[in-house]
Ligand binder design. Structure first.
Ligand SMILES: NC(=[NH2+])NCCC[C@H](N)C(=O)O
Ligand SMILES: [Mn+2]
Ligand SMILES: [Mn+2]
Length: 301
């Protein structure tokens, strides 16, 4: 039986403090442990990482460097802790399930999961999250984690420069529908496998996810799944900070997660961007728990 190590990362520093730090509580309250048990796994909750409250700090202490990457220091501190927790769970033979928090937590989970192994990743998201501090339109680090994990440009002189990297050949983005100009350029230049919603319209979710998974798992030891809840259409996942219309349906999302389980090589996963202050009756948190169960192998029959 698979032991799933739940790691809460209650940070909203990467999303400019909008309440997404309450995600881990909301996801647990939505019944995560029961869902994971129904997927025949053994959930082990390691609690939450320590994330400082912005209200407790001196507001002038660390103004962001030219306002382009907000809360860089705080985010680096969370990433460091999270990377260690993820690596520790893996060395105990557990499968880390990280609860965000905004998508900046991926910097930590990716560096932890890639520490002792070659890892591929599928990024289920409306966004590409490939901005850098120089290209970001918002300065929010949740729009940058994939660039940070790949060590692109400016991240080269941050402490993430030496973080374990994923190789770009084993990364696939699925469900794109909001991509900034600099991200478009990067995607084209570096030749990442990137599937837009139009690709899903044209080929269907099954074919697209099958291809994405085969790219991400080719020649590596394991798969990391990064699930941003804004991947789904806002009508089923309203509780996210940066919703974009035209996302995948409830059924498409489950089908994709079932295919993740079928690879048999899921190594680590994260559920990010659930924001209870924007949700309706916790339904986005519930959806997150259900999708995790599907990815861990829950079946009807
Ligand atoms: N993980 C997310 N929800 N990212 C949204 C990013 C939005 C936009 N591309 C930005 O960089 O600011
Ligand atoms: Mn997103
Ligand atoms: Mn994202």
């Amino acid at each position: 039986m698979r032991n799933v190590r739940i790691i809460g990362a209650p940070t909203d520093f990467g999303a400019n403090r909008r309440g997404v730090d309450m995600g881990p509580s909301a996801i647990r309250y939505a019944g995560l442990a029961d869902e994971l048990e129904s997927a025949d796994t053994e959930p082990m909750d390691g609690g939450d990482l320590f994330v400082p409250r912005a209200e407790e700090r001196d507001p002038d202490a660390d103004a962001p460097p030219d306002g382009r990457a907000k809360f860089l220091g705080e985010t680096a501190a969370v990433s460091r802790q999270l990377g260690n927790e993820v690596a520790r769970a893996l060395s105990n033979g557990e499968t880390p399930l990280v609860l965000g928090g905004d998508h900046s937590v991926a910097i930590g989970s990716l560096s932890g999961t890639a520490r002792e192994a070659d890892v591929g990743a599928v990024w289920f998201d409306a966004h590409a999250d490939l901005n850098t501090p120089a290209t970001s339109p918002s300065g929010n680090i949740h729009g940058m984690p994939l660039a940070a994990a790949l060590g692109i440009d400016e991240f080269a002189d941050t402490e993430w420069a030496n973080a374990p990297r994923l190789s770009p050949e084993n990364i696939a983005l699925v469900g794109l529908r909001s991509v900034d100009p600099a991200e478009q350029e990067l995607l084209r230049e570096r030749g990442f496998a990137a599937y837009t919603m139009s690709d899903i319209d044209e080929h269907g979710i099954t074919d697209v996810v099958e291809e994405a998974l085969s790219i991400a798992t080719e020649g590596v030891d394991g798969l990391h799944v990064s699930l941003d809840l804004d991947w789904l259409d806002p009508n089923v996942a309203p509780g996210v900070g940066t919703p974009v219309r035209g996302g995948v349906t409830y059924r498409e999302a489950h089908s994709a997660m079932e295919m993740v389980a079928d690879t048999g090589v899921l190594r680590s996963m994260e559920l990010v961007e659930v924001n209870p202050t924007l949700d309706q009756h916790n339904e986005t948190a519930e959806l997150a728990t259900e999708l995790a169960a599907s990815a861990f192998g829950k079946r009807v029959l």
